[in-house]
Design a protein around this ligand. Structure first.
Ligand code: PGA
Ligand code: ZN
Length: 447
């Protein structure tokens, strides 16, 4: 008798308990990104009164193999409207995932993938899918009343990421003549995230003064990711400026603050002649590799992203053999956060790190799969923003929750960038024992 009462009570309890995670509502709406373009916002609620809101970011130097953003291509917003994507959230995705358990991320994501039915999420829209996917995770975390990083990484998650801050912008993110897209400082030689960020902010402001005094006021205009976009033409000039700013701010270039590059070389590649256009010269793959070797010898560089164009897996193998023991060789456009492309890279030794952008692949569960795949094969994973981003801080939680130890989220300026840094400061403050991995996340300490 007693057992019977217990059994009924327990069943009732778990039913009620599980029900709180059920998705009650999915609501898509339009917001603006940091470039002033429309993007997709999604609000997911659960029966247990959990609420998750997420915004889709948007890239400019997008890889060929990325999930596709659905844009209206109509009159409104110069064709960049997202009303079709939002309609897909409200009329297709919402009804399909209603009543599903918000903790069943994989199942929910794969439901969307199945309905979409295309290899690049172009029917429902990568923007519709990614915002929903992230909002589902946030709603589950909110139902549990725990932060997103803890929901993803458990109660013991405590690794803060080393930030790679893009403080000089070039390429398609800026109106200058710098061929490489991103010149980053990497404050790895500190004991905590907050100290590392403080140093970065100080360097950012010193650099501002140097640029203003040397090149005039227009040199401190900022590019898409909050870095300065000075009228430089020369790659080594930009790197010299970073070293100078680090020193002048009172830090040691190398042992405290290292450098990193995102070449975004698909933008420099001329397919017909199989060459890269760099500083008015045409360079072959071998000459590019030689250029990187020289740069690594001359500067305290710890990471180079997209050094070769997005289809050159073999070139990445060659380069990784050459410099992979010294720096991270990062695939962004090469891998596009795609488990299949990363697997291919791993099997031949192309690169030793993957840049992770949730909207490149389109769902949180595929993103987690990529990070796990990387870790299982001794590749590093760098959680990344997009050049068009929003005030959604969730990649900060992703970096801590997935324990990547690395994040790339722009300069310490412009709210769509600082919101991520501020969230990391908040997480660091709230942790019992935060851990800052420093140089351990790179193949070697720079000289
Ligand atoms: P994107 O640039 O967001 O414009 O693609 C960022 C990057 O290339 O890392
Ligand atoms: Zn990149």
């Amino acid at each position: 008798m007693l057992w019977g009462v217990y059994a009924v009570g327990y069943t009732l309890y778990t039913t009620i308990y599980d029900d709180v995670f059920k998705i009650r509502g999915v609501y898509g709406f339009m917001v603006l990104d940091s470039r002033g373009n429309p993007t997709v916002g999604v609000r997911v609620t659960t029966q247990g009164l959990g609420v998750g809101i997420a915004y889709a970011p948007s890239g400019a130097s997008t890889g060929k193999h990325e999930a596709v953003e659905l844009r209206d291509r109509g009159e409104e917003f110069g064709g960049k409207g997202v009303s079709k994507a939002i309609e897909n959230v409200n009329k297709v995705i919402g009804p399909a995932i209603k009543d599903m358990d918000s903790r069943r991320q994989w199942e929910i994501d794969h439901k969307m993938i199945e309905i979409d039915g295309t290899p690049n999420k172009s029917r429902l829209g990568g923007n519709a899918i990614v915002a929903t996917s992230l909002a589902v995770a946030k709603a589950a975390a909110s139902t549990l009343e725990i932060p997103l990083y803890m929901y993803l990484g458990g109660y013991t998650a405590n690794t803060l990421p080393v930030p790679m801050l893009n403080i000089i912008n070039g390429g398609v993110h800026a109106g200058n003549k710098l061929d490489f897209q991103e010149f980053m400082i990497v404050p790895a030689g500190f004991n905590s995230f907050s100290e590392a960020l403080r140093a970065s902010v100080e360097i950012y402001h010193v650099l501002r003064n140097i640029l203003k005094n040397r090149y005039g006021l227009s040199a401190i205009n900022v590019g898409d990711e909050g870095g300065y976009a000075p009228p430089l033409e020369n790659i080594s000039e930009a790197l010299d400026l970073l070293v100078e700013a680090i020193r002048e701010a009172g830090y040691d270039p190398g042992s405290e603050v290292a450098l990193a590059l995102d070449v975004a070389s698909s933008q420099l590649y001329i397919e017909e002649r199989n060459v890269y256009r760099v500083e008015e010269k045409e360079l072959s793959r071998d000459e590019m590799i030689e250029l990187y070797r020289e740069l690594i010898d001359a500067y305290p560089i710890v990471s180079i992203e997209d050094p070769l164009y997005e289809e050159d897996f073999e070139g990445f193998v060659e380069l990784t053999k050459n410099i992979g023991n010294k720096v991270l060789v990062v695939g962004d456009d090469l891998f596009t956060t795609n488990p299949e492309r990363l697997s291919k890279g791993i099997s031949i030794g192309a690169g030793n790190a993957v840049l992770v952008k949730v909207n490149q692949i389109g769902t949180l569960s595929e993103t987690i799969e990529v990070v796990k795949l990387a870790f299982r094969n001794n590749y590093k994973a760098i959680i990344s923003h997009r050049s068009g981003d929003t005030e959604d801080p969730c990649i900060a939680d992703l970096a801590v929750g997935l324990g990547t130890g690395l994040i790339k989220t722009g300069a310490p300026a412009r709210s769509e960038r600082t919101v991520k840094y501020n969230r990391l400061l908040e997480i660091e403050r709230s942790l019992e024992k935060p851990y800052y991995p420093g140089f351990t996340v790179f193949p070697a300490k720079p000289h």
